[in-house]
Design a protein around this ligand. Structure first.
Ligand SMILES: [Zn+2]
Ligand SMILES: [Zn+2]
Length: 402
């Protein structure tokens, strides 16, 4: 406390005049000096040297004596929710903050603490004692914003994140909910009132049980890339993070949720594992190579030796891909440069061949095969001099770190 007293000793207290201050507001003028004390204790210590009057506080108008009741208000609101960690924020009257800053200037103070940070800390300590949960500065489950002027508390409930790998066993399902392109989700004759282009999606199948169990208000699926609607996703599956918005409950039976997904016959998940917002960034930023199985039909018969030779030529050079015709209506028309790591022929009868291709993230595989009217160069069709039709496409492996 010596540091605090020394600082209080050199303040020209006559400038404070007749304005009374409570202990906490007086101590907070030195709030960044001396560790391990409350501002109230600092205020009691410097009261004698300051000559500050006590009484109805000119600065906070009684706010510092209301932390306990504000904490009870927060605890009551939190009762309705399942959470492990919380954080307190506050809205402090701007006039109070202006009074505080003008006083710092008048008294030429070196280490005052703003009242907002005192409110957050002091209410937080008391909430901690009431609810027996831990505060978290970095990733609280719930952020409680206290407004002392109106005795009001707003909760901002952070999402629940679950990660895993999914397999899509059937064709014709988009990865995420796809709003109807005519009504944009409102429901119309084209979509039969569903508001959707497809009756379901990988996202909806993965989320259904978790939504029921958590009581969330919405969901989003973050995948490590996405397969086409007509492509299956096989092998060890695609990494994803499922985000459940405003969950009432966070402690779920994840094994049962997984089993329910796996009875769908359409989508399988290896497990739902608790995750964080950082995991979303990780799956979104991954540039993993992918391996595909492609079933292709040739417009005229192709000799097996020639097919193998042209496939190996595709491996050896960079591929330039203009945005495919099928997606250029919704994406910028640019050119991507990607490389094919491996291109093998699994089997062929001269007219239909099964190929296995490993390529960099972001490669357009259908276009690599059929050429997209010259927009992808080189392509298998160009190399062979024969038109190619992709009959089936599956993602069979994603070469991520996991
Ligand atoms: Zn005060
Ligand atoms: Zn519609």
């Amino acid at each position: 406390m010596d540091e605090v007293l020394a600082a209080a000793g050199i303040v020209e207290w006559s400038r404070l005049g007749e304005r009374p201050l409570c202990d906490a507001c007086l101590g907070r003028l030195f709030g960044k000096l001396g560790h391990g004390h409350t501002n109230e204790a600092r205020g009691i210590a410097v009261r004698g040297v300051s000559g500050a009057r006590s009484g109805s506080c000119w600065l906070c108008e009684g706010l510092t004596s209301r932390y306990e009741s504000l904490a009870r208000l927060v605890a009551r609101k939190l009762e309705l929710w399942d959470y492990d960690t919380f954080l307190i924020g506050s809205k402090v009257d701007p006039e109070l903050q202006a009074r505080e800053e003008s006083l710092w200037a008048e008294l030429s103070l070196a280490g005052p603490e703003p009242i907002k940070s005192e409110v957050n800390r002091e209410v937080g300590k008391r909430v901690c004692d009431l609810v027996h949960k831990e505060p978290s500065l970095t990733s609280p489950d719930i952020l409680a914003i206290v407004d002392p002027s109106f005795d009001h508390v707003d909760l901002s409930v952070n999402p629940l994140f679950l990660r895993g790998r999914y397999r899509k066993l059937v064709r014709g399902i988009p990865q995420t909910r796809w709003p109807c392109n005519r009504c944009r989700g409102k429901g119309c004759a084209k979509c039969g009132g569903t508001g959707k282009m497809y009756p379901t999606s990988v996202e909806e199948i993965l989320a259904a049980e978790v939504m029921r169990e958590s009581g969330g208000t919405g969901h989003a699926l973050h995948g490590m890339g996405r397969e086409d609607v007509d492509a299956r996703m096989l092998g060890s599956g695609r990494p994803f993070v499922l985000e459940i918005k405003e969950p009432r409950r966070r402690h779920l039976d994840l094994g049962t949720a997984r089993d329910r997904v796996n009875t769908s016959g359409q989508v399988e998940v290896d497990a739902f594992v608790p995750a964080t917002r950082q995991d979303v960034l990780a799956v979104k930023s991954d540039r993993a190579d992918k391996t595909y199985r492609v079933l292709v039909r040739f417009a005229s018969p192709v000799d097996e030796a020639k097919l193998k030779k042209e496939m190996s030529i595709l491996e050896a050079q960079p591929i330039a891909q203009r945005t495919p015709t099928r997606v250029v209506h919704r994406r910028a028309d640019t050119t991507r440069h990607r490389s094919v790591k491996r291109a093998e022929v699994l089997s062929t009868d001269g007219t239909v061949a099964e190929l296995r291709v490993t390529a960099e993230a972001g490669s357009y595989i259908k276009e690599l095969v059929h050429g997209d009217q010259g927009r992808t160069k080189p392509s298998l069709a160009d190399q062979l001099g024969v038109a190619c039709e992709v009959l089936e496409l599956d993602v069979v492996d994603i070469h991520d770190e996991g």
